[in-house]
Ligand binder design. Sequence first.
Ligand SMILES: [Cu+2]
Length: 314
Amino acid sequence: MRQSLYAAVSACALLGALATPAAAKTVKVEMTVKEVELEVDHKGTKQKMWTYGGTIPGPLVRVTEGDTVDFTLINDAANKNSHSMDFHAAIVDVLDEFAEVKPGGTKRFTFEAKYPGVFVYHCGAASMVEHISRGMYGVIIVDPKESFSAAYPKPDREYVLVQGDLFREGTAVDDLLDGKNWIGALINGKVFHYDPVHDPGASQTLQAKPGERVRIYYVNASVNEPVALHPIAGIWDRVYDQGNPKNVVHGAQTFLIPPASGAVFDIVPPAGRATNNAIVDHAMSRALRGAITVLMTNDDADPTLGRGDKLILR
Ligand SMILES: [Cu+2]
């Protein structure tokens, strides 16, 4: 009786395994929260920021739909505040998995990445507006299990851009909630991070060769405001809302990303000539205070950029 039950269970497991195209895997991810001083522009301005792993955004997590993320959060004993982790790609219990961890503490939980897309992760410890605006956010990409298709073509390059807020240091929580003392938009942790046009101190740009399909994973980590994303001198060939290949918009000029959300943007600069695009949050208050990223397209494009570990340019 017991043996036949085992046989039935293992037969089911075998059938389940055969029905799955790509074997789901478990991906271990560990992050240590660090409260550190970071440069927030190219002028050397430093602010006390709170981070996953010491950078803004935190480390890029990338899994495939159906994978299980085995996550451990370590709150460094040198920190002064409790912190937590809220993965928008997870379906769990906010009071359990996403609970705060005191300095010196550790929290481990697992979740299955059930939906493909580009998702933000962020700290949810009180007051959340302070933890997010100080830099506690990052990106998890969940690649579709079908991989690429006619509807979701393979890109030549991929970049991850995260837009966040910069407030004057020491701004009180009530003022953060009201948007007071807002002084700039951060792109991957710096004002005008990849825009040498508006800040000559910027030494990096996104790069591609003419005619290449460039895929941009854009996450809005601003605390209150949406992002109106437009590629100046270009049109988004496709936008995948939430990064899900089923949610495709063709030929978009400007696409709105709500706070704590993301979308995937494909742009294909023309073949046969060098061009440049300025990828902007077209709300002028944010564009002209930091939210502009230059994409340079020419034959001399650095072949390492937008590939391997150079999706977030640090
Ligand atoms: Cu935190």
